[in-house]
Structures are given as C-alpha cells and as structure tokens.
Design a protein. Structure first.
Length: 279
C-alpha cells in the first residue's frame, strides 16, 4: 500500500512529459527550463532579424510610364492590293500613295519582313523596361495601314516618341544607314520638330555605335536627313523619326539586314537610344 503514491506520481510525470512533447501543457516541475529555452530562441531570432541587412529594392525600370509607338514600314500583303495602297492621301505638302510594297534584297528578303522582325524584337526590349508599346500593324500578312493612319496611331496614343522602321532600295553601290527627321511645314509637326531632331541624333549615335553599319554614303549628311514629304512625319504631333537601316540592294548591307543577330543588335541600339533621349 505504501508504494502506490510513488507509482501514481511516476505515472503523472510520464503523462506530463508526453503531453509536452505533443505541444500541450507542461508539468509544473518542468516549467522553468523550457521557458528559459524559448526565451533564448526568441532573443536569438530577434537579434538575427536586426542584424540581417534590408532586402534591396528592385531597380526601377528605365521606361516605366513611357508610351512608345513603333511603325514597321509597309506590310507583307501590300502587293496583293494595289487598289488600296495606291489610293492617294493628303500629307499636307502633297498627295501621296496610301502605302507602298517596299523594297527587297536581290534574293527576295522583303523590307516588310525586315521591319516587322526588328519591330517585334524592339517591342519586347521596351516592354521589359516598363514601356507601353503600340505597333501600327499586328502582323506581316495584312495590307496597310495608310501613312496617314500610321501617324494618327502615334498621335492618339500621345506617345513620348515614335519611330518608323525601314530599309532603303537605292543603287547597288550605295550603302549605310540614315535617320530621317521632319522639317517645319506650318503644320501639326512643327511643335515637335526640335524634339524629333534630338531623338534622331540619339538614334543615329546608338545605331552607329552598336551595329557597325556605316553612315549612308549617298544621302544626307552624317546619316541625318531632313524631309517635308513624308506623311508619317508631317502629320505627327509627337516626336518621331524614320530610320533607313541600310540599303537592301547593296550586297554588304543586305548580308547584315538578313542576319538575325544583326537585327537584334539594331533593336538593342534603338532601345538604348530611346532611354538616352527620354532621360
């Protein structure tokens, strides 16, 4: 009979330890040690939290909040609809065809395909930097739009800048790229002529630096040309330029224009120039 209280106490101790192991209450005799251990862990965690460096904030995207319109020249289906693209439209200084088929290399790589490819690459780069990007056409199998509509897309978007991407079709000995900028015509483009010139310089410098394409040897001065006969410029109310990326009828230029890696270089150069211009 004297051994029962001892057995009961032992049993209670075992039950208490089991309950503590499952996360429940702790036996009275064991309260102080676990409490000290928990407090120490909490202090250690708090100390580590204080000592840990603050996580670096993600860098701001360079073009966040900017709107950029890319105009891939011509369209792959234009040749099928001469009735549409030959329609005359008013570009303020004269009447011109709604659009054209564009040119091509001697082995058939079309300007429309080139401009579409570069534009898609460029749009991807710009969007990665936070820009809102609009293209004037959504593929390379359609027709148009007319040059007047291309300008209107940039105007409606209130773009921070716009660019029309092209390649030239000059004589076989002509080579190199050039940038076309607007002149004042007593029209809607006049207020953005100066900003367009600034954009054109940024584009010229970046393309020369990154792509290795030389300045055009047959038009403009130092790869800069100013015109008043292009509807895409005359009708623009936002800063805008054209780039003739090279001469598709020149063997050396054509080899570059047909190279996917060179087209990527061109897209990267243009994206870089936009960042410089928009600073």
């Amino acid at each position: 009979m004297k051994t029962r209280p001892a057995l009961a106490a032992a049993a209670l101790a075992v039950i208490g330890l089991g309950t503590a192991a499952c996360g429940g209450g702790v036996a009275a005799g064991a309260e102080s040690a676990p409490a000290a251990s928990t407090t120490g862990a909490a202090k250690s965690t708090a100390s580590e939290a204080v000592a840990a460096p603050a996580q670096a904030a993600a860098p701001a995207k360079a073009l966040k909040g900017k709107v950029i319109v890319i105009d891939p020249g011509h369209n792959g289906g234009n040749y099928k609809r001469p009735d549409v693209i030959n329609k005359q439209v008013d570009v303020l200084t004269q009447k011109k065809a709604c659009d054209t088929t564009g040119t091509a290399t001697n082995d058939g790589y079309s300007e429309a395909a080139f401009t579409w490819d570069v534009s898609v690459r460029l749009a991807k780069l710009l969007r990665a930097e936070g820009a809102t990007v609009k293209l004037t056409r959504d593929g390379n199998t359609g027709v148009g739009p007319c040059i007047t509509q291309r300008a209107a897309i940039g105007n409606k978007a209130k773009a921070d800048l716009a660019i029309s991407i092209h390649a030239d079709g000059a004589g076989s000995t002509s080579h190199g790229f050039h940038v076309i900028m607007p002149k004042k015509i007593n029209g809607p483009v006049d207020p953005v002529v100066a900003k367009s010139a600034k954009l054109g310089l940024a584009v010229r410098d970046a393309v020369k630096k990154q792509t290795g394409m030389p300045y055009a040897n047959y038009i403009g001065k130092n790869a800069l040309d100013y015109r008043s006969d292009l509807g895409g410029l005359n009708l623009s109310t936002v800063p805008k330029v054209f780039i003739e990326s090279g001469n598709m009828r020149n063997a050396g230029d054509a080899a570059k224009l047909k190279s996917s890696s060179w087209r990527q270089d061109l897209a990267e150069a243009l994206a870089s120039s936009f960042q410089s211009y928009l600073k």
